[in-house]
Design a protein around this ligand. Sequence first.
Ligand code: NAI
Length: 225
Amino acid sequence: MKGYHTINNSKKNIPQPTIHRLSICHRCLELFAETEKGRKLKTISSSEISEITGINSNQIRKDLAYFGKFGRRGIGYPVKDLVYSLKSILGSSRKWDIILVGAGNIGKALIRYRGFQKRGFTIKGIFDNNQSKIGKKIGNIEISDIKIIESFIRRRNIKIGIIAVPANAAQGVANHMIAGGIKSILNFAPITLKYPHYVKINTIDISVELERLVYFLASELKAND
Ligand code: NAI
């Protein structure tokens, strides 16, 4: 964006937690920019961002510094420009087509979630191996046979896939995705998948997250005992 700063997206080895925090900043600032206060405010300081996001202000400055020079000392960050830059850094200014495997509870909930579209993600294909589901529709997308997944991915040059199948089927599904050309996978199955170095897989394991919460809760309770 002109007169503001240059985004350097070419840097490698950006820590995952940095991307995670910037994604939180993006989401929070986008919402904030739509509020009455956000519409009035031209610039925002890192401590104000900290208040909105719950992320330490020094950490925010460090995370942003990976991608160039942002804002001005003593003035802060122009709100709209910062939202635009974060979108660009995170790649969500682009439109991404995705596929999903597993038309079960999780799969259906994800397909019906409107937030994806808002962030530029469009589910283009749903796959399952259950013959009674194949051919049926969720929303306006027909469930296809897992057997055709590789050619589907290749033909449409899709790079992102979501796995929502039981753990014992997840590795096989990941292999099909990768063979078709998928480069990034969001995995909901509670299993550690094997994959080549050029692929990125993020696993969302809700029970692990709950355990993390319980761990802190248990330590707090112990301290109070
Ligand atoms: P589900 O049993 O409702 O759906 C799984 C779907 O995957 C079914 O439609 C099934 O036909 C399909 N499938 C099975 N093997 C397949 C294969 N080889 N190829 C293509 N499709 C195949 O399961 P649900 O509840 O949606 O869970 C999905 C995954 O998410 C599981 O790994 C589960 O452990 C995990 N998970 C589920 C949560 C929940 O609350 N239901 C919470 C967190 C994670």
